[in-house]
Ligand binder design. Structure first.
Ligand SMILES: NC(=O)c1ccc[n+]([C@@H]2O[C@H](COP(=O)([O-])OP(=O)(O)OC[C@H]3O[C@@H](n4cnc5c(N)ncnc54)[C@H](O)[C@@H]3O)[C@@H](O)[C@H]2O)c1
Ligand SMILES: [Zn+2]
Ligand SMILES: [Zn+2]
Length: 381
């Protein structure tokens, strides 16, 4: 089968690889119908994630048709079209029992933080991902959800990662009715976080980025007030001024370690790798939120430490929450939101790319070229 192949930072290509097979009675093999490139894949592509091995297939946001099933998977049948959460979770361990499907202890027992993720380096278990024609899906009796008949596969594929992530970002913000919510990042995750903020009762939603075409999209899609941080003298001061000097109620980091916007953070975090990525979004979030406010972090940072203003967290009495989204937990609610038209995931898809052109798709998405918001890879199209 053909699959994406990682060769080193900024180098990916398509390669012929062995067909995945059933290795455990709870496995399925799925023929991929859609897979996306996520902002998280860019951390891998940029060489930011430890133990990303040459030869790995990325891709953790995908849906597909069940080709083969292990003996213990009783709830699916061959031919089912399923959406597969990006988390690999057993559904039974200490953490899964609490709904922490992003922290499953069985899928990635060597790690103390991250759970298992498809195609996301050996720090998240070393599983091959779905930017391929076929993929092995562990714990298939637990993870995959049937795509409802009425649902467009373009919507379905986004329910496996960016939609639940944006939604959980808003949920972790503990948004109260009328709250002002600041969302850092107008990528797919930030857009969905801002869109979801309204569903949790926000009264005002502000989106910050430095890419104008994304901000323009956010203005109508979320909808949100949008600002280009390059045009603001001081992001934190601006957020204070626009909230009567108090600060925003909730700040969401939907950027992560590949952030731009601060020379020292870029030098230490991105260039010298002395910290796990550029943490300026966390600074802006902590410093822009009001006293007693909540910071919700879904932007991904590496396992080593980051320079963040922890003293301000204590003195302001902030709550900080973060996690990998527990995709499976949000599925039923998100299916309803899509059905009722409250969330329109596929509107963010700007590029539909055959799997053969995976290298181009990475380049366009990474360099934010051609108005790219979300690229979808279509293996058989
Ligand atoms: N926690 C999870 O479960 C989960 C799931 C999916 C993605 N993520 C993470 O969410 C983040 C966003 O993903 P995405 O797919 O939207 O990626 P993306 O790269 O498309 O979007 C990130 C956006 O942030 C903007 N940005 C850069 N620096 C900024 C700054 N200082 N302030 C505000 N905006 C800034 C970029 O211009 C870009 O538009 C990534 O870190 C990704 O790894 C987390
Ligand atoms: Zn992702
Ligand atoms: Zn588990």
């Amino acid at each position: 089968m053909r699959a994406m192949d990682y060769r080193g930072p900024y180098r990916v290509r398509l390669k012929e690889k062995p067909m995945p097979r059933i290795e455990h009675p709870r496995d399925a093999v799925v023929r991929v119908t859609r897979s996306c490139i996520c902002g998280s894949d860019l951390h891998l592509y940029h060489g930011m994630v430890p133990d990303t091995r040459v030869g790995m297939t990325f891709g953790h946001e995908f849906c597909g048709i069940v080709e083969e099933l292990g003996d213990e998977v009783g709830n699916l049948k061959v031919g089912d079209h399923v959406m597969v959460p990006f988390n690999i979770a057993c559904g039974q361990c200490h953490f899964c029992k609490q709904g922490l499907f992003g922290n499953c202890h069985e899928a990635n027992p060597e790690a103390t933080a991250a759970g298992g993720i498809f195609g996301y380096s050996h720090t998240t278990g070393g599983y091959d991902g779905g930017q391929a024609e076929y993929v092995r899906v562990p714990y298939a009796d637990f993870g995959p959800t049937l795509i409802p008949d009425w649902m467009d596969p373009d919507d379905a594929v986004l329910l496996t990662d960016v939609v639940p992530t944006g939604y959980q970002a808003a949920e972790m913000g503990g948004i109260q009715k009328g709250d002002t919510v600041l969302v850092l990042g107008a990528g797919p995750v930030g857009l969905l976080a801002a869109r979801s903020a309204w569903l949790f009762g926000a009264g005002r939603v502000i989106v910050l980025d430095h890419i104008d075409y994304r901000l323009e999209f956010a203005r109508t899609y979320c909808p949100a007030e949008v600002y280009n941080f390059k045009e603001l003298d001081d992001v934190v001061l601006f957020m204070k001024k626009t909230t009567d000097g108090l600060g925003v109620d909730v700040a969401i980091d939907a950027v992560g370690g590949d952030a731009k916007g601060n020379f020292l953070q870029t030098l230490f975090g991105t260039k010298l790798k002395l910290e796990a990525g550029n943490a300026i979004p966390v600074h802006w979030a902590i410093n822009s939120v009001k006293k007693g406010g909540i910071v919700s972090i879904v932007g991904v940072y590496g396992p080593t430490g980051n320079m963040i203003p922890i003293g301000n967290v204590v003195n302001k009495g902030l709550t900080i929450r973060g996690n990998q989204a527990a995709v499976k937990r949000h599925m039923p609610k998100l299916i309803e939101h899509v059905k009722e038209g409250r969330i329109n995931p596929k509107a963010i898809i700007t590029h539909r790319v055959p799997l053969e052109d995976v290298a181009d798709a990475y380049h366009i998405f990474s360099a934010k070229l051609d108005g790219c918001i979300k690229p979808v890879l279509v293996p058989h199209g």
